[in-house]
Design a protein around this ligand. Structure first.
Ligand SMILES: C[S@@+](CC[C@H](N)C(=O)[O-])C[C@H]1O[C@@H](n2cnc3c(N)ncnc32)[C@H](O)[C@@H]1O
Length: 327
């Protein structure tokens, strides 16, 4: 352990995830601004403006990496980027840290729970939504490079060319820089490489930057999302107690309540380390924050949760997928 940080070793790529310590008061600096950009009909092949936009986003794609996702015997690929850094998201512009509280929370790189959640969704058919609505809203909170939501896009659109269902995908990250350098280039590359641009006149994508707590209290913008999001994804977003508290607040706000007592209708899937050493995040923190919020919200909807999956890791960094739903 050094004077200003320590490493998590997750025993797989990416090997080390480093968190700056002794800077927790930076949380007070959290900006009050959120930026929401909405792109309707983004996959329509009738819209030249959208084609130009996708190509502009795609030009920023660098350090190519891809992960294969098997969909009904067809292979699609999620495209992401290896080892991105950005001077403006580091302390005094040279030492690379994974988390700088109040400024940057690790969105430039792919953390190890992201491929875990993506593979889990692909193999367990969890996105088969029973809510019978013609519209489906899927968000990823703390998306960074967005691997889980890109996987969900593949899973929902692949065999749906003739489907009248509308999809709204929402990528959210703390940093606008991450949205511009990671999320949008990965989205553009994934939809272009998988030939997803065709009949989908009914796909909208939103990119949102800002703090979860600010978003949870942002009444103007919550008109679009409050109690409306059918599926919420998150990977490695429970890395400390404050992050977990804010995350649960936004889940409580945005998640659509379950329909007909069926917790497969609307839910969140949060992939997390069992315990984040040194910062006290993890499954216990998530369960505790849910209980605390439920006890404060006497007259409101309550959140329920269960552990869907657990993977042992030889170095003790076990991973889990927690399902959360609103009643
Ligand atoms: C450890 S990174 C994980 C990134 C990505 N989900 C992955 O697994 O590769 C945590 C992510 O949560 C986001 N995040 C953390 N705290 C946040 C907060 N208070 N408000 C909004 N986003 C936050 C960060 O921007 C970052 O993308």
């Amino acid at each position: 352990m050094s004077s200003d940080g320590f490493f998590f070793d997750f025993g797989e790529q990416p090997k080390m995830e480093k968190v700056a310590q002794n800077e927790t008061n930076h949380h007070d600096l959290v900006g009050s601004t959120v930026k929401i950009e909405t792109f309707p009909n983004i996959l329509s092949n009738n819209d030249n403006n959208n084609a130009a936009l996708l190509s502009t986003w795609g030009e920023k794609y660098q350090n190519p990496e891809k992960m294969e996702i098997s969909i009904n015997n067809t292979i699609g690929c999620v495209y992401y980027q290896a080892a991105l850094t950005k001077d403006s998201l580091q302390i005094d512009n040279h030492e690379v840290k994974d988390i700088i509280p109040g400024r940057y929370y690790g969105g430039l790189k792919v953390w190890s729970c992201a491929p875990y959640l993506s593979q889990f969704m692909a193999t367990h058919n969890v996105l088969h939504n029973n809510n019978n609505n013609n519209e489906m809203m899927i968000a990823e909170l703390g998306a960074g490079q967005g691997m889980p939501l890109l996987t969900a896009i593949l899973l929902t659109l692949y065999n749906n060319n003739n489907n009248n269902k509308s999809y709204q995908y929402i990528f959210q990250d703390y940093n606008e820089e991450v949205i511009v350098d990671c999320t949008q280039p990965n989205f553009a590359t994934t939809v272009l490489q998988n030939n997803l641009i065709n009949n989908h006149n009914n796909v909208r994508v939103d990119f949102i930057s800002g703090d979860w707590e600010v978003l949870a209290h942002n009444h103007n913008n919550n008109i679009h999302y409050e109690n409306k999001v059918n599926i919420i994804l998150g990977s490695d977003v429970t890395f400390d107690e404050l992050a977990t508290q804010k995350l649960v607040l936004l889940l409580q706000k945005w998640l659509s309540p379950i329909q007909n007592n069926n917790n497969n209708s609307n839910f969140a899937l949060i992939a997390t380390k069992e315990y984040y050493f040194g910062t006290n995040g993890g499954v216990h923190a998530l369960q505790t924050e849910i209980e605390t919020l439920n006890s404060k919200n006497n007259n409101n909807h309550k959140l329920m949760c269960e552990i869907l999956d657990r993977v042992e890791d030889s170095l003790g960094m076990n991973r889990m997928i927690v399902k959360i739903w609103k009643v």
